[in-house]
Each structure stands twice: as C-alpha cells, then as structure tokens.
Design a protein around this ligand. Structure first.
Ligand SMILES: Cc1cc2nc3c(=O)[nH]c(=O)nc-3n(C[C@H](O)[C@H](O)[C@H](O)COP(=O)(O)OP(=O)(O)OC[C@H]3O[C@@H](n4cnc5c(N)ncnc54)[C@H](O)[C@@H]3O)c2cc1C
Length: 409
C-alpha cells in the first residue's frame, strides 16, 4: 500500500499553519508543502510596514526556519508551481512537468494584486505589493524628494504612503471613491485616517479616478478622469486582491469569488480542502459565507482544515479580526460592522487613542480601536459574547469594558 501523503499547495500564511496543524492533530503520514515563491512561508504584513521601511530583515519575516520544518517532519518544496490537479488519479502536476500523488490535498493559494487595466499600467516604475520580491524591487526607488503616487486608499495603500512620507518622499494618494477605506471601514474611521495622513503631509485626493498613466517608457504622470495630471517618479497600486482560484476551477472544484468551501474547509471534493485568502468559506459565527484577507482568518481557517483532513469536524467559527499599522498608530478591528444601528465612541476621534464600538440590536457586532490594545482585547470578547449592552454606559470611559463581561466561573 502506498504511503499516506498530505500535499499543501501554496506556501504562505495558511499553508504553513495547515502543515503544522496536521502534526498537532497527530497526522502520521508525509506532509509536503509546495510553493511557487523562492522563500519558505513568510509573514506579509511587514511588507507594507517595517520591511518596506528597511527596519526588518527578510529572515525575520519567516514564519519558521528550515530546521523547524524538519523537526515537524514537514517537507518544503519552494520555487514549484502546481498547474493541474488530476482528481481522478489524485495527482498534482507541476509547471516543470513533474507530478506528485496525494492522499489529501489542501489549497492555500492566496491571491495576487488586482492590476490596473489602463494605458500605462504596466510601465516598469508602476509597482504592486504582494511578495517580498515586489518590495525588494520597490524599496531602492523610495528616495527622499521623489514623487510617489499611490493609487488606492485601502489599508495597503495607506500603509505604503505612511512609510514613504516618513522616508521623505512627496506622496499623493488617489482614491476613486468618496473616502479612503470605503470598502472596509466606516465613515468615522475614513475621516480619521484622511486627517491623519494629510497632517503628515500626504496629499490625499478622494473621488480621483485614474484614467491612464503617461510617460516616455516609464510613468511620468497619472492622468485623472476630467483631465488633471499628477506628476510621478514612481507609482504604487493597491486596488485589491484577486483570489488564486484557477487551479481549483480548472479541476472542476466550485469557485465563486474564491474556492467555495463549507464550514469545515471542505471543497466539493472530499479529499481536498482550501483555506486562507483564496477560500470563500462559511463562518459559523457570522452565519454566512465570506472571503477575508487577513492573517488571523488564514490561521483559523487553516486550523479548521487540518482538523478536517485528520478526520475531525470542528466548524470554523472564529470572530474575524485584523490590524493595520500607520505611523505610530496601531489600528485593530474585530467583527464586521455591516448593518450596525448604533455607534459608540470611547475617547476622542480627534486624538490618537480611541475605540469605536458598533452595535446592532443592543449587541456589539464590531469594534475598531486605535492605540487601545486593552480595549481591543475586551471588545473581542464582547463581540464574541453577543450579549446586550447599554450604549450610554459604554461611552463612559470611567467604566472599563471589563465590567460588561459576564462574571467568570
Ligand atoms: C502588503 C500586505 C500587508 C498586509 N498587512 C496585513 C495586516 O496588517 N494584517 C493582516 O491581518 N493581514 C495583512 N495582510 C494580509 C495577509 O498577509 C494575508 O491575508 C495572508 O498572507 C493570507 O495568507 P494565505 O496563505 O491565504 O495567502 P498567501 O500568504 O498569499 O500565500 C499563498 C501562497 O501560495 C502561492 N501559490 C499560489 N498559487 C500557487 C500554485 N499554483 N502553486 C504553488 N504555489 C502557489 C503564492 O505564491 C503564495 O506564496 C497583508 C497583505 C499584504 C500583501
């Protein structure tokens, strides 16, 4: 009989977690982690923060080193792209023509940056940020005095703007929608971040839709709809992520804004799971399917998938959360604020430390804190607890959020 082998395609945050999770679940077979990048799995958040600023080394980004994988009995094959899944034969095909049988397969293929489909969008000084290689190519161009145009006012665009302005570049950030963070945060938070960045010298232009990029062989001007031009020495584009679903789709797995999986990370094939940014998954806590792009979500989904591959069945019910670092401010966000009917602010939105709590029907469904780690920890528990709270009291900062937690055993 052939040896059991679990193969994981995609050596990123979810892949690394899933591989270790299998060992934690006492998986006794071989584990092979296959990734197309040249590196062992690494953390991406520093790519738009400390690593971009030159304050973190490549080695410090690794989730674990080679010795740690060896100790766990996890084989890593980097620089290898999977191009086909032969589900009938339970075999993977790689770009170099090699094949690999699997007993169980996990897809943790993440995503790639959405490209600007406009004239000039592929000039060599137009950058996208997803990998260490992307940042290695961008960093030498971040020279004080140069004009950087950031296209897209999401978290990644704002984080890059913060690093660049600190390095002395002249930064213009263009956002097509009426406010930054429009798809991921409420209007209060958007205003806060617009004020913050403008105060630090970033020229934020909202409602600024980019029409084309012009220049002689490289980007020199970003032309907006309406005709105005913004001069650029370099451009960074951060307009969202496209999940890597082609491998799954070509092998007949269900795909709809990500690889479709149930609450146990199962795809439509009983021997294949999927997790992380690529997975349109069912979250039991939210009571619906979502596709999230965050480290905590990738980690939690990977744990669920590892349990499933080992024959268990624990539904994925994690409360989503996320963070972003801009300048000296740490934002932390838990839950999803969609449909809130009451908003409570603790602290001062004009200051640099506050918490915004979102309630629906009296229960806290989401919270965003800035430089308030303790409030965040407590808010996470309150969101998870779903109990009814008194909004008027919640705003009173003299009462700790701890007071609202149910009494312990
Ligand atoms: C610049 C940046 C900043 C971020 N900041 C934060 C933050 O502050 N907080 C936060 O929570 N999240 C942040 N994120 C998001 C977070 O990094 C992702 O949610 C997380 O990396 C998702 O993990 P994943 O394993 O699903 O995907 P990935 O980490 O993208 O890993 C997928 C891997 O699969 C590989 N792959 C794809 N297809 C194949 C194939 N066919 N064969 C072989 N290999 C393949 C890819 O090359 C990639 O290495 C940030 C992301 C970026 C890019």
């Amino acid at each position: 009989m052939s040896e059991e082998i679990a193969v994981i395609v995609g050596a990123g945050q979810a892949g690394a977690e899933l591989a270790a999770g299998l060992r934690q679940q006492n998986y006794a077979g071989r584990i092979l982690l296959v990734g197309e990048e040249a590196h062992l799995p690494y953390r991406r958040p520093p790519l738009s923060k400390a690593y971009l600023a030159g304050d973190a080394s490549a080695a410090s980004l690794l989730i674990r080193n080679e010795a740690a994988y060896a100790k766990l009995g996890i084989e890593c094959r980097t620089g290898t792209r999977a191009v086909h899944i032969d589900r009938a034969a339970k075999r993977l095909v790689f770009e170099d023509g090699g094949t690999q049988p699997y007993s169980k397969l996990a897809l943790t293929t993440g995503g790639r940056p959405r490209r600007l489909a406009i004239e000039g969008g592929d000039f060599p000084n137009v950058h996208y940020i997803r990998t260490m290689g992307d940042v290695d190519a961008l960093r030498p161009a971040l020279v004080a005095g140069r004009k950087l145009v950031v296209i897209g006012g999401g978290y990644i665009g704002l984080e890059i703007a913060a690093v660049a302005v600190k390095l002395g570049l002249k930064v213009t950030l263009l956002e097509a929608l009426p406010r930054v963070l429009a798809r991921v945060a409420t209007a209060e938070l958007s205003s806060f971040y617009e004020r913050l960045h403008r105060g630090r010298g970033v020229d934020i232009r909202i409602g600024a839709a980019v029409e084309r990029i012009t220049g002689a062989g490289r980007a020199g001007s970003v032309i907006l709809k309406g005709g105005s031009a913004v001069a650029a020495d370099l451009v960074v584009v951060g307009i969202g992520l496209v999940p890597n679903t082609e491998l799954a789709a070509a092998s007949g797995l269900a795909v709809d804004n990500g690889i479709v999986v149930d609450g146990y990370a199962r795809t439509s094939d009983p021997d294949i799971v999927a997790a992380g940014d690529c997975a349109h998954h069912h979250n039991e806590f939210l009571g619906r399917r979502v596709r999230l792009e965050s480290v905590p979500s990738a980690q939690e989904q990977a744990r669920t998938a590892a349990i499933t591959l080992c024959g268990g069945a624990v539904p994925h019910a994690a409360v989503p959360w996320f963070w972003s670092d801009q300048y000296e401010l740490k934002l932390q966000m838990v839950g999803i604020a969609d449909g809130y009917d009451e908003l409570v602010v603790r602290g001062d939105l004009a200051g640099d430390s506050f918490a915004v709590l979102y309630l629906k029907g009296g229960a806290m469904i989401s919270a965003t804190t800035v430089n308030r780690p303790q409030d965040f920890t407590l808010a996470r528990r309150l969101v998870a607890g779903q109990s009814k709270l008194d909004p008027a009291r919640l705003a009173d900062e003299s009462v700790s959020l701890k007071e609202y937690l149910p009494a312990g055993p």
